[in-house]
Design a protein around this ligand. Structure first.
Ligand SMILES: NC(=O)c1ccc[n+]([C@@H]2O[C@H](COP(=O)([O-])OP(=O)(O)OC[C@H]3O[C@@H](n4cnc5c(N)ncnc54)[C@H](OP(=O)(O)O)[C@@H]3O)[C@@H](O)[C@H]2O)c1
Length: 305
């Protein structure tokens, strides 16, 4: 089968077409992958930056998000062959990822049915970014009346976090560069936009003199952001800024479980949220996409035939 792999320590990611198709174990299903995405995590994994934290089992097939059809069932399963499914691999090692024609899914991985009316291409970019946005906002318990600063609002997680904070009734202040990125976050529901390349603290203070009640920390330095919290405010970080750094901070490790995945799919189906895709790559273009990776407006999608 085709896949994008790292073949040894220090190797660049490469497309190859000679890997064996995996077989599902007793508690797994085999998914024929039709869509995936490029997450910040994948870029780090491809660059070898997860060494030390995770075991690289070569050849490492990269990729975490998937959407496709159930191709085979290893044992008993609530799914049937042909069911459209999507989700996120959640393994403690790097080895059998989703940038491949087939992947086995089970154990701690998140998997859910793709509802009618949601394209596999959309479901394939939804799982990790969406679950991270949901878990972050749930940890912050955002309510009407809150002012939520989303730092890193332009990325895959940020684009969904802005929408969910707005849905929760909050006033959203989003970071973005001037120009198209500012239009992008306004379009998603940000009431105010601050340019993080300028005096971020001054701009936020001008909008919220007593501070903001909640901060979604997806990018940038956490300490000056935490200094913008109002009394009793809270910050949730996906990039490791936690209670050791600030008493009002919590560090998030996303868990894309069935509850999150079903909620995301329902919200997309009902049109309550959308997943902006900046660019769509074919599987064999992914190695190039990784070398060109920079900040995105929304998600980078991967398509398989
Ligand atoms: N803990 C977890 O479970 C978990 C799960 C998923 C993701 N993550 C992490 O969460 C972060 C966000 O994920 P993502 O997929 O949304 O990443 P992404 O798509 O790369 O988005 C990051 C965004 O932040 C912007 N940005 C860069 N520097 C900034 C700054 N100083 N202030 C404000 N915005 C800035 C970038 O835009 P420009 O540079 O173009 O302006 C980009 O749009 C990543 O570091 C990812 O690894 C963690």
């Amino acid at each position: 089968m085709q896949a994008v792999t790292l073949d040894r320590d220090g190797a660049a990611p490469a497309a190859r077409d000679d890997l064996a198709r995996p077989s599902p174990g007793p508690d797994e299903v085999l998914v024929r992958v039709r869509a995936s995405s490029i997450n910040g995590f994948d870029v780090k994994a491809a660059a070898g930056a997860m060494r030390g934290a995770m075991d690289y089992r070569y050849p490492v097939v990269l990729g975490k998000d998937f959407a496709g059809e159930v191709e085979a069932i290893g044992g008993t399963s609530e799914f049937r062959v042909g069911d459209p499914v999507f989700g996120v691999l959640m393994r403690s090692y790097l080895g059998d990822g989703t940038w491949a024609e087939y992947v086995t899914v089970g154990g701690a991985d998140g998997i859910a049915r793709v509802p009618d009316g949601v394209e596999l291409a959309t479901a394939g970019v939804l799982g990790l970014a969406g679950a991270t946005a949901l878990d972050t906002l749930d940890a912050l318990d955002v309510r009407p009346g809150d002012t939520v600063l989303v730092a890193g609002a332009t990325g895959g997680v940020g684009a969904l976090a802005v929408q969910y904070a707005r849905l929760a009734g909050a006033r959203v202040v989003a970071t973005a560069r001037p120009g198209p990125a500012t239009d992008f976050v306004r379009d998603l529901g940000a009431a105010e936009v601050v340019d993080y390349t300028g005096d971020l603290t001054g701009q936020v203070r001008a909008l919220a003199p007593d501070g903001v009640s909640r901060i979604v920390h997806l990018a940038g330095d956490g300490a000056p952001l935490a200094g913008l919290l109002a009394a009793g405010g809270r910050l949730a970080s996906t990039i490791g800024f936690g209670p050791d750094q600030h008493p009002a901070a919590v560090s998030i490790l996303a868990k894309p479980d069935r509850t999150d995945l079903d909620r995301l799919a329902d919200d997309v189906q009902a049109g309550r949220v959308r997943v902006p895709v900046e660019h769509r790559y074919e599987l064999d273009e992914v190695p190039r996409a990784l070398t060109e990776f920079r900040g995105t407006l929304g998600k980078l999608a991967v398509s398989l035939p």
